[in-house]
Design a protein around this ligand. Structure first.
Ligand SMILES: C[S@@+](CC[C@H](N)C(=O)[O-])C[C@H]1O[C@@H](n2cnc3c(N)ncnc32)[C@H](O)[C@@H]1O
Length: 210
């Protein structure tokens, strides 16, 4: 099952509007800010960005200010795409962003390679994330950055409680914790080298270069 069937309410317009209001007030949250800082540490200019599972589009809203000249935003959720496009208009960079609503798996044959590819909190949407991660790294020309939940007992516990609440509320979305060693194998087997790892209590943020 796709994590975000448009009929699901987990990535619907209520959540999207709430997340946008929070972003407009507080800026990127901590995990995304760490990911942005690690990308900015590579000192790229006029780069192209592919953000997979882009949600609100925070990564391109930020990197179009100093690092990227254009961005491709792909997300399954039409609600998040609409809100992200609205924010792009407000920030004056709408014409530099291509919005694609759909499953990355359907675009793997047509999407071009981009300098930077990001996957912020998306591999945890699936029990089997391997195909999505392989596509992401195949499309990466220079820098690949991702975040995913840490494989710690308290993360499993917190996610288990969240998944139980979703089940009780009739929300079909579930999140998953994966082995960092297995995740790491995919970019490295595609010729990328891990340059940095930052851990918060809940998330692991990694940057790779080609
Ligand atoms: C937990 S949210 C993360 C959003 C954003 N990257 C962030 O960190 O704030 C996961 C996002 O991935 C999108 N998504 C999940 N599977 C996808 C797929 N196969 N193709 C495209 N987008 C996907 C969902 O619609 C959702 O917006």
């Amino acid at each position: 099952m796709k994590c975000c069937d448009p009929r699901d309410h987990h990535f619907g317009s209520k959540h999207a509007e709430r997340d946008l209001a929070r972003y407009q007030k507080q800026g990127p949250d901590r995990t995304t800010q760490i990911l942005l800082d690690s990308i900015r540490g590579q000192d790229l200019r006029n780069a192209t960005l592919l953000d997979i599972g882009a949600g609100l589009g925070v990564i391109h809203h930020e990197l179009l200010q100093d690092t990227c000249s254009s961005a491709t935003h792909i997300d399954l959720s039409s609600a998040y795409n609409d809100v992200a496009a609205k924010e792009s208009v407000r920030r004056g960079h709408r014409e530099r962003v291509e919005f694609i609503q759909g499953d990355i798996a359907e675009y793997e044959g047509t999407l071009e390679s981009h300098d930077i590819v990001t996957l912020d909190r998306v591999v945890c949407c699936y029990p089997d994330y391997r195909g999505m991660l392989s596509t992401a790294v195949e499309k990466c020309g220079r820098v690949f950055a991702m975040s995913y939940p840490r494989n710690r007992w308290f993360v499993h516990l917190a996610m288990g409680i969240e998944n139980l609440k979703r089940k009780t509320n009739g929300d079909p979305f579930r999140s998953f914790v994966h082995s960092p060693q297995e995740i790491r194998q995919i970019p490295e087997s595609h010729g990328l080298r891990r340059q940095s790892v930052v851990r918060t209590p809940f998330w692991q943020i990694e940057l790779y270069t080609r």
